[in-house]
Structure formats: C-alpha cells, structure tokens
Ligand binder design. Structure first.
Ligand code: DQA
Length: 161
C-alpha cells in the first residue's frame, strides 16, 4: 500500500508488439499509437488525482523485472500483456507475488477472436478485466483500479492479534 499523504501511483505495463500500435493491424487495434494511449492515461490520471508511470517491453523477463522493481512504489498495475496474457506463467506469478492489485486490459475483445486468445493466465489473479473498447479499455481499467485501491486503502485494517 502506498504511504499515506502520497499520491496513489499506478504502473501501466504494455507487453509485446504494443510498441507498433498505429501501424499494427489497425482494423483490430485502431490508429492510435502507444504514445497517444499513454498521453490519454496521463490526462485521465490527472483528473483522478493519481500518478501513472508507463513501461513497454517485448521481453517477458523485462516485464517481470519491472513488476518487481515498481511494486514497492505503486499501489497497483494496469496491464495489457499482449500475447503474454495467453502464455506467461512468469507474468502471472510476478503479479501474484508482489501483493499489488492489477487490472487486465485489452484493446480488442479477445473473447470474440481466435480460441487461443480466450484463455488468460492473468485474469484469475486480477481485480477485473476490461476488453474491446480500444483506448477506453485502458481508461476504464484505470478508473476501476483507482476506485479499488482507494476503497482498500480507506478500509480499516484488521486489528493486530
Ligand atoms: C491484445 C490482445 C492479445 O491477444 C494480442 O496478442 C495483443 C493485443 C489487445 O490489446 O487486444 O498483442 O492484448
């Protein structure tokens, strides 16, 4: 949990090939670039009164490193793990292991696509998942995650036994 008096800080993680947004299969992923999405998230974060930091990698291990490194300074993660969503035990274990809530997001509706995209290894550990709304999946995911973090941080902690 973030120290009191400090702003809630959220780490946004973008997985493989999301650096190609704008040119990559625009009929599926739209025409916005990753920079556009990050800018939209910073705008939304400002209106929610929180801070975001964003990170993209095509390398599974670098995403794991980033989760471990960012966890102590953030209250939660907003994650579009791209194809690793469907394959990565390592990302699932990292997210489950650092004790921070996360929300899974996808630009496309993965449930309406090929069967291999229907399974998410991350979703069972997530607070929730939002998909199919393009950039709005990220925006809605950020709102949901911040509301969750604020609810949890406002809840009285259990008495020490
Ligand atoms: C994606 C969906 C994944 O199945 C795919 O591998 C991606 C992008 C999405 O945002 O719709 O890279 O996560």
């Amino acid at each position: 949990m973030a120290p009191e008096s400090e702003k809630v800080r959220i780490a946004v993680l973008h997985g493989p090939n999301l650096n190609l947004l704008g040119q990559r299969e625009p009929e599926i992923y739209g025409s916005l670039t990753l920079g556009d999405i990050d800018a939209r998230l910073r705008e939304e974060a400002a209106s929610l009164g929180v801070e975001v930091e964003t990170f993209q990698s095509n390398v599974e291990g670098l995403l794991v490193d980033r989760i471990q490194e960012a966890a102590p300074r953030v209250s939660g993660f907003l994650v579009n793990a791209g194809a690793y969503t469907h394959t990565s035990v390592a990302l699932r274990d990292a997210l489950a292991g650092v004790g921070r809530p996360f929300v899974e997001v996808h630009l496309s509706n993965v449930q309406a696509r090929e069967p291999f995209r229907h399974e998410s290894l991350l979703a069972p550990k997530a607070v929730g998942a939002i998909m199919g709304f393009g950039v709005d999946s990220y925006v809605l995911g950020l709102r949901g995650l911040v509301a969750h973090v604020r609810r949890v941080e406002a809840a009285p902690s259990a008495p020490a036994s």
